[in-house]
Structures are given as structure tokens and as C-alpha cells.
Design a binder for this molecule. Structure first.
Ligand SMILES: Nc1ncnc2c1ncn2[C@@H]1O[C@H](COP(=O)(O)OP(=O)(O)O)[C@@H](O)[C@H]1O
Ligand SMILES: Cc1ncc(C[n+]2csc(CCOP(=O)(O)OP(=O)(O)O)c2C)c(N)n1
Ligand SMILES: [Mg+2]
Ligand SMILES: [Mg+2]
Ligand SMILES: [Mg+2]
Length: 327
């Protein structure tokens, strides 16, 4: 049975306990929380749409909830911030059962609890169309410590965390693979369904004076182009240094580069830092067990991304990444 009564549904999703005190959360006209003057607020919103971001065959309701919040936490990480609160707007088609909707909230709660975030509000509607879930996340960063896309300068090192292409590999496994292939590729599937935002790394980066940063939602090239445009520089990356998981190379070695460059949804952090600070940063990350790769450097120019191929030739990258209106 789908939702019978909007107000009854809201009561069911209201958290029993909160991580933060002194809050007005669910239950009034709007939420209220107090703001610390030493910090700046961070706010972002990301939407997931049935058929565009997930299919019944690629994501369970729990995964939909988990990923909808994780994608927002990743944007807070990309500003160097601490996640705090979130709001959920959900438009529900009549064929969704209430139990499935509550599972979406279980996924949201799991991701929220991992980062001590409280659900403080939202909105519920019915729809004649597909399910749409939109999550607004709120966080904070110490005043003056925010990490902007416009911070890159000529000579900087370009870095990326973790491995790239896994989420697209996982999607491919889910869409193309039989049960046996899926069973062999559970790591890639996990990377697609329950991505881990790099909050700790964002916090480490916020301690440095000049870092440009973006999270990988649309693909490495797209994120690098955003930094290049915002900073009035070009980027040169070396294809041989792009980090892949062993799982991805075993699943599809030929497609790994394409998926890393344009697949998206890896929710790793990509950015730039001065050469002098790179050494210190990589030492901290090594100690903290956070994988971080140097994949290239920043050059004078504007908005262009070049990649050195395995033969050593430099090519401008034209293929950009995920675009909602191109696919
Ligand atoms: N429909 C919209 N109205 C206003 N601002 C928008 C809209 N869509 C995106 N933005 C803003 O455009 C910028 C880029 O958005 P997007 O590429 O989706 O960011 P990200 O990939 O980090 O989630 C962000 O500042 C976002 O808030
Ligand atoms: C069924 C299905 N098809 C395709 C995709 C791939 N996909 C959908 S949206 C997207 C990019 C990220 O989403 P977007 O809404 O652009 O996130 P944002 O950049 O706003 O954070 C990708 C790679 C998917 N996840 N599921
Ligand atoms: Mg986003
Ligand atoms: Mg977007
Ligand atoms: Mg982002």
C-alpha cells in the first residue's frame, strides 16, 4: 500500500533522537538551528530522479536514500566543510509502497548517522510521474577556510582521491551483467550504490591556505573543466597516473579510462594545491590512510583540459562527462 495520509507518513519518518541539541526540527513551519559566528554556512541540494539516477534493477530503496544524502555530503566535503543537517523533498508515485518509502529513509538515516547529520525537515507530495527525491544539506566551515573552484594557479599539482571509474563500472555490471557477473563484482556495485563522501579529506584540505576543490559527480574531465574555467587556467593530466581499482581493471580494462574520465558518480575529491604544500598533504594522507594521487599540473590558459596519452602525446579532451540533456 502506498502512502494513505501525508501527515501520518511524516510522523513515521521523524527521527526519534537527534545528534544536535537546541534544534527546532520536523514539526513546525520551518527548521531553526543556531549558527556559530566563527563559521560560514554551507548549503547545497541534489535531486535523484527515477529512470535518470536509478532504476528498480540498479538501486534498492535503501540505496536511493543513502546515495541521495551521500551526494550532498560530497558537495559539503568539496567545500572543506562539516555536514550538519538535511531536508528531504519527496514526490511519490502511487505504485511505491509505504514500506519501500520507509526503506529510503532507512538509507538516508544510515548515511546521516555516519556523519552526525540530523533530518530537520522536508516536503511530501504525490505525483503522477516517477519518484523524485531532493535532498538539501547544510554544513559549516571555519570562516576563511572554504575551498573554492577558483583557487587554482599555474604550477599547482592536480590531485584526486581514491580510484575513478568504479561507479560507472558498477552501473555497467548492474545493467549488463548476469547474476554471476554481479556476484563477482560486488565492490563495483557497492561503489555505485553506496558511495563514501570524502569528508575527512575535505577537512584536511581546509587546513591549507590555497586549495581548489570539486567532487566527482559528473566525471573527472567535467570537474577539471569547472576548476579550469573558474580559475582561468588549463589542466594537464597524465593518463598513466589515473588511479583505478583492481576490481575495475579486472572487470573491464578497455573501458576503465573512459569511465574514469567521463563516468561520474565516484564522489572522490579532485583539486589543486601548490607544489610546496603537495608534499605535506601527501604525507598527511599517507598517515591517515587516505589514497591520494598526483595526476598532473596546472598551466596558464583558460578552461581547457589536456591529457597525456600512454604514447606520451598531449591531447585536448573534448568529451566532457555526464550532462542531463545529452543522454
Ligand atoms: N536550477 C538551478 N537553479 C539555480 N542554481 C542552480 C540550478 N542548478 C544548479 N545550480 C547551481 O549551479 C552550480 C553548479 O551545479 P552542479 O553542476 O549541479 O553542482 P554539483 O555538480 O557540484 O552538484 C551550483 O552552484 C548549483 O547550486
Ligand atoms: C539508471 C542510471 N542511468 C545512468 C546513471 C548515470 N548517471 C546519472 S546522473 C549522473 C551524474 C551525476 O548526477 P547529477 O544530477 O549531475 O549530480 P550533480 O552533478 O548535480 O551532483 C550519472 C553518471 C545512473 N546512475 N543510473
Ligand atoms: Mg552535487
Ligand atoms: Mg548537477
Ligand atoms: Mg559537486
Amino acid at each position: 500500500m502506498s502512502v494513505r495520509d501525508e501527515f501520518d507518513f511524516i510522523k513515521k519518518v521523524q527521527p526519534a533522537t537527534l545528534h544536535h541539541s537546541g534544534l527546532i526540527g520536523i514539526g513546525d513551519d520551518a527548521a531553526i538551528f543556531s549558527v556559530d559566528a566563527r563559521f560560514e554556512q554551507i548549503v547545497c541540494v541534489d535531486t535523484m530522479v527515477e529512470d535518470k539516477h536509478f532504476l528498480p534493477t540498479t538501486m534498492s530503496p535503501y540505496h536511493i536514500g543513502y546515495k541521495a544524502l551521500a551526494a550532498n555530503i560530497s558537495d559539503i566535503a568539496a567545500m572543506g566543510g562539516i555536514p550538519q543537517y538535511y531536508l528531504v523533498s519527496i514526490s511519490i508515485p502511487s505504485n511505491w509502497k509505504e514500506s519501500e518509502l520507509l526503506e529510503i529513509y532507512d538509507g538516508l538515516k544510515k548515511a546521516g548517522d555516519e556523519y552526525k547529520m540530523d533530518l530537520i525537515g522536508g516536503d511530501t507530495t504525490s505525483t503522477h510521474s516517477k519518484l523524485v527525491i531532493s535532498v538539501t544539506a547544510i554544513g559549516k566551515v571555519e570562516a576563511g577556510r572554504r575551498l573554492l573552484r577558483s583557487n587554482a594557479e599555474e604550477g599547482d599539482v592536480v590531485f584526486v582521491s581514491g580510484t575513478l571509474g568504479d561507479a560507472q563500472g558498477g552501473l555497467d555490471v548492474l545493467l549488463e551483467g548476469n547474476k554471476e557477473v554481479q556476484g563477482q563484482n560486488s565492490y563495483l556495485i557497492r561503489r555505485h550504490q553506496t558511495p563514501t563522501p570524502r569528508v575527512t579529506l575535505g577537512r584536511i584540505l581546509s587546513q591549507f591556505t590555497r586549495v581548489s576543490l570539486n567532487d566527482v559527480s559528473d566525471g573527472l574531465v567535467s570537474e577539471l573543466k569547472e576548476i579550469s574555467n573558474a580559475s582561468n587556467v588549463n589542466m594537464v593530466i597524465d593518463s598513466e597516473t589515473i588511479p583505478y581499482s583492481r576490481a575495475l581493471l579486472e572487470y573491464n580494462n578497455e573501458k576503465a579510462l573512459k569511465w574514469a574520465l567521463t563516468g561520474g558518480e565516484d564522489f572522490e575529491l579532485v583539486g589543486t594545491i601548490s607544489k610546496e604544500n603537495w608534499k605535506q598533504l601527501s604525507a598527511i594522507c599517507e598517515k591517515e590512510n587516505i589514497p591520494l594521487s598526483n595526476i598532473g599540473y596546472v598551466q596558464r590558459g583558460k578552461g581547457k583540459v589536456y591529457i597525456r596519452n600512454k604514447n606520451g602525446e598531449l591531447e585536448e579532451v573534448s568529451d566532457s562527462g555526464y550532462n542531463h540533456f545529452f543522454s
